[in-house]
Structure formats: structure tokens, C-alpha cells
Ligand binder design. Structure first.
Ligand SMILES: NC(=O)C1=CN([C@@H]2O[C@H](COP(=O)(O)OP(=O)(O)OC[C@H]3O[C@@H](n4cnc5c(N)ncnc54)[C@H](O)[C@@H]3O)[C@@H](O)[C@H]2O)C=CC1
Ligand SMILES: CC(=O)C(=O)O
Length: 325
């Protein structure tokens, strides 16, 4: 089957659901990169979506794209978009973890899917709302689309944070995308930085003088996992990183790049949704990779999957529990 879309700014329609700080930043970043020809902006707060549409319209000349605010009464139009980005929902307050958002955001996700359905059978859904792994699992079930077409931003942002910290440790000698290091599993406190198979040009990172001590690597991994708490402390919420991430994801889809990106996907091996390096192309997730890990990293990842299962079992919405029986 041939890809039905090629190149940025072709006839792609992108719907952004939730035009808070994240949704609006995603729209702006997409406009600046010219990733689509049309954007639909939908939020429960219709006035906010309208305000952002007016404001973003002033920047849309950069890529000659069309912007439209969508009201709740015609939210179904969003379900017919080629790519649907879901960023509706509560964000963490100071001291809150992403998992603490689950019950509130589960209900919002149900409302969103209900409002935009029926969803076009070829649509790709990108989840950003937290906790992203569990909500991606729910979105896969609620939309009824093949799981390969519904994925979450996962640990892409954490991986970028890790690579940026490694670059700093190496005094900026190597740029981020040349550093083959991943954060996997949880986009949250139980994320796992995989050092054992991390390399630059085939040279293991642990053999670099600046990274040879475990304590240095642990500090870097901890700073990566807790960076969000520092951002919240100083400015209340993060937005630029996820905006850049979603833009890259849309480009990987529309240009059928088949880039390997750590994303929230359903893994048969773990029988769970977690973040793993995945090939992303025009039809969504095409392949999942399982990088080599040392026993400690493997145990941490398995521990996360177990904890995630407990959370899922505790909070599983009745409709999904019934669907699983
Ligand atoms: N995956 C990632 O790497 C990241 C995820 N996030 C997550 O993105 C989500 C949004 O964060 P922010 O934009 O900062 O929050 P925000 O509070 O600024 O915006 C959320 C928006 O969702 C809207 N909304 C609520 N219920 C809705 C519904 N039923 N239908 C349509 N819209 C609805 C609200 O009206 C609001 O405008 C949070 O869950 C946050 O944790 C944020 C940054 C990175
Ligand atoms: C909010 C969030 O998930 C992040 O910036 O990592």
C-alpha cells in the first residue's frame, strides 16, 4: 500500500483537542514548521479555542495554513482529521505526580472520544495527556482504531532531556541526535534510563571519562526524571518540549520517515502500554524495538509494568473492564 500523504504542508488536516498551554504551543510549533495545511482547534472552553485561533492566525502566514476553531456541537469534524492530537486534561500542580491525574483525565478522555466520534478509520491519534501510557491504552480501546494508529508521546521528551544532559556532561561536544541513549517505560517517576546499550558512534557512553562513574549517570537520570518538577516550580507548566516533540511526530507521519522514537505503544511482550523505541511512519507504529538492557535496567522496567498493571486494575473504567472480559 502506498502512503497517502507525502511531504510537509500537503493536504493534511490536524485536529488539536485541548487548547491549553500544550495544545496552543503544539499548534504554534506546527505552524512554524509547516506540517499541515489545515488545523482544527477544539476545547471545552470554546472562548479559549477561539482566542487561540485568532492569535495563531496572525502567525499562520509562515506556512499558509488554515485554522478553524471547532465548537462542541460540531466536534465530530475533529474525528475526520488525518492526525488527532489529544492534549485535553488537567496538568500537575506543585507536588503532584502525573499518575495523580488519572481519574480526572480518564473522564476527560472519555468525553473527548465521545464528542469527536466516529473517528476516520485511517486517522492517527497522538496522545499527550498524562498519565500518557495508561491514557493511550484507554484511547486505543475507546477509539476502536488499530493499536498501531493510536500512540502516545511516551518518553520521547524524557529521552531528549536525557540526551541534552549527556551533551552538557560532554561539554557540548556532540549534538543530541547523535547520542543513542533512551529513557524507556514510564513517562513519569518510574522511567528507566538505559545506559548499558547507550552509545555515540558505537562507543558505549559508560566508556566516556565524563560518564564512567555510576553516581554521575544516576544524577543525570534523576535530573531528567525530575526536570518537570523544577519547571512547574518556576513557571507552572511545561509546553515547548512537548510542542517540539509532537511536531516531529507529525512530520515523521506525514513524510513517512520511519524514524525510531521512544513512544507509548502496546507491547505484546509486556502485555501493557509503555514507552519503547518504535518505528513511526505514515500508517503509525510499524515496529517496536527492545534494546539490550542489563539485569538492573530490565528489573526496573518490569517493576514499572507491574505497578502500571496495579494502577490500571484499580482505575480501569467499567466500559473497558467489560470489553476485556
Ligand atoms: N506527554 C507529555 O510529554 C506532556 C503532557 N502534558 C499533559 O498535557 C495535558 C494538558 O496540559 P496543559 O495544556 O498544560 O493544561 P491546560 O490546563 O493549560 O489545558 C488543558 C485544556 O484541556 C481542556 N479540556 C478539559 N476538558 C476538556 C474536554 N472534555 N474536552 C476538550 N477540552 C477539554 C481545558 O479547557 C484546557 O484548556 C496535561 O495532562 C499535561 O500533564 C504536558 C506536557 C508534556
Ligand atoms: C508535563 C510533562 O509530562 C512533562 O513535561 O514531562
Amino acid at each position: 500500500m502506498k502512503p497517502n500523504t507525502v511531504g510537509p504542508n500537503t493536504a493534511n488536516k490536524v485536529a488539536i483537542i485541548g487548547t491549553g498551554i500544550v495544545g496552543a504551543s503544539v499548534a504554534f510549533a506546527c505552524l512554524m514548521r509547516g506540517v499541515a495545511s489545515e488545523y482544527l482547534l477544539y476545547d471545552l472552553d470554546e472562548s479559549l479555542a477561539w482566542g487561540h485561533t485568532l492569535d495563531l492566525e496572525d502567525s499562520a502566514f509562515i506556512s499558509s495554513a488554515e485554522l478553524r476553531a471547532i465548537q462542541r456541537t460540531n466536534a465530530q469534524e475533529c474525528g475526520q482529521a488525518d492526525i488527532i492530537v489529544i492534549a485535553a486534561g488537567y496538568r500537575q500542580g506543585p507536588g503532584e505526580t502525573r499518575d495523580m491525574l488519572l481519574t480526572r483525565n480518564e473522564n476527560i478522555l472519555k468525553d473527548v472520544i465521545h464528542c469527536i466520534s466516529p473517528i476516520k478509520s485511517s486517522a492517527i491519534v497522538i496522545m499527550a495527556t498524562n498519565p500518557v501510557n495508561i491514557l493511550t491504552d484507554l484511547a486505543q480501546r475507546l477509539t476502536g482504531l488499530p493499536r498501531s494508529q493510536v500512540f502516545g508521546s511516551g518518553t520521547y521528551l524524557d529521552t531528549i532531556r536525557l540526551r541534552t544532559a549527556i551533551k552538557k556532561a560532554l561539554q557540548g561536544e556532540v549534538e543530541e541526535s547523535s547520542i543513542q541513549a533512551y529513557v524507556l517505560g514510564d513517562h513519569g517517576d518510574k522511567q528507566v534510563a538505559i545506559w548499558s546499550s547507550a552509545t555515540i558512534a558505537g562507543t558505549t557512553l559508560t566508556s566516556f571519562e565524563e560518564l564512567e562513574h555510576m553516581i554521575t549517570r544516576e544524577k543525570i537520570a534523576h535530573a531528567t526524571a525530575t526536570k518537570i518538577y523544577e519547571i512547574i516550580e518556576h513557571k507552572g507548566a511545561s509546553s515547548y518540549g512537548i510542542a517540539a516533540v509532537v511536531t516531529e511526530l507529525i512530520l515523521a507521519i506525514t513524510m513517512n520517515k520511519r524514524t525510531v522514537i521512544p513512544l507509548t505503544v502496546y507491547s505484546e511482550r509486556y502485555d501493557a502500554c509503555l514507552s519503547l523505541p518504535s518505528v513511526l511512519g505514515v500508517r503509525g507504529i510499524e515496529r517496536i524495538f527492545y534494546p539490550a538492557m542489563n539485569p538492573k535496567e530490565q528489573a526496573l522496567l518490569e517493576d514499572y509494568v507491574m505497578c502500571n498493571r496495579v494502577i490500571c486494575a484499580k482505575y480501569r473504567i467499567p466500559e473497558l473492564a467489560a470489553a476485556e472480559e
